[in-house]
Design a protein around this ligand. Structure first.
Ligand SMILES: Cc1cc2nc3c(=O)[nH]c(=O)nc-3n(C[C@H](O)[C@H](O)[C@H](O)COP(=O)(O)O)c2cc1C
Length: 214
């Protein structure tokens, strides 16, 4: 049975473009994978905690050395990482907030990028960073207020979400990334509608063929 991990990161529940795109992906994926399992992780409504003294101490120590506070602090991280490992495909609904990812999505990234769980260090190697997550497709459904933030746009260099997500996810092994971009949500104009229509077509294609060979 295939598993889809779906992450909502919008702070909005009503009128959210990324929630609608993500729901469309879920529906279409379910129609192809009738016996598939969908795990919904809504960090928009229930953001993971930010990393703390106990979290960092726990993450950088062996399990046998952890006290109760450390174990408690990294329990959320363990759960979110388990979801990433269990998934065959991941979809992330990702609004652009202030030229980057929403704080709630960054909180999720900070929970899942963890030493000795999703990456490890080999100080002998030329490249000391070793990814520990097996490759799997990740679909990132983006909405921006201004469409020009997307690659090729006149404001593209101000888009820090896409390169940041690409770097952080690739760092742990998630290199098979598919960005689907909508824009001009602030303008609610023809360019916005066209970008959403194009995104729905891309979503239909991706939901039908990911994971490959399924
Ligand atoms: C707090 C906040 C910050 C935003 N910052 C930007 C921004 O820097 N650039 C931009 O183009 N749009 C920005 N927007 C617009 C959102 O990217 C746009 O409304 C998007 O559709 C939000 O995703 P959602 O519809 O899933 O909630 C911002 C919106 C909010 C609420």
């Amino acid at each position: 049975m295939k598993q889809l991990l779906a992450i909502h990161a919008s702070g909005r529940v009503q009128r959210s473009v990324t929630r609608q795109l993500t729901q469309r992906f879920i529906d279409q994926w379910r129609s192809v994978h009738a016996d598939g399992d969908v795990i919904l992780r809504d960090v928009g409504q229930a953001p993971p905690p930010t990393v703390s003294e106990a979290w960092i101490a726990g993450a950088y120590s062996d399990a046998s050395e952890r006290d109760e506070a450390m174990r408690e602090a990294i329990a959320v991280s363990d759960q979110l990482i388990d979801e990433v490992f269990a998934a065959d495909v991941i979809v992330i609904g990702a609004p652009i907030y202030n030229f980057g990812m929403p704080a709630q999505l960054k909180a999720w990234v900070d929970q899942v990028v963890r030493i000795n769980r999703t990456f490890e260090m080999n100080f002998e190697a030329e490249n000391p960073y070793v990814s520990l997550v097996p490759s799997k497709p990740v679909v990132v459904l983006v909405s921006a207020g201004d469409i020009e933030l997307h690659p090729g746009g006149v404001l593209a260099e101000l888009n820090h979400m896409e390169p940041h997500l690409r770097t952080a996810l690739s760092f742990i092994g998630l290199t098979d990334l598919h960005f689907v971009r909508t824009g001009n949500e602030e303008f609610k104009d023809e360019r916005h509608r066209a970008s959403v229509d194009a995104a729905y077509a891309e979503i239909a294609d991706l939901a039908a063929r990911l994971p490959a060979g399924a």
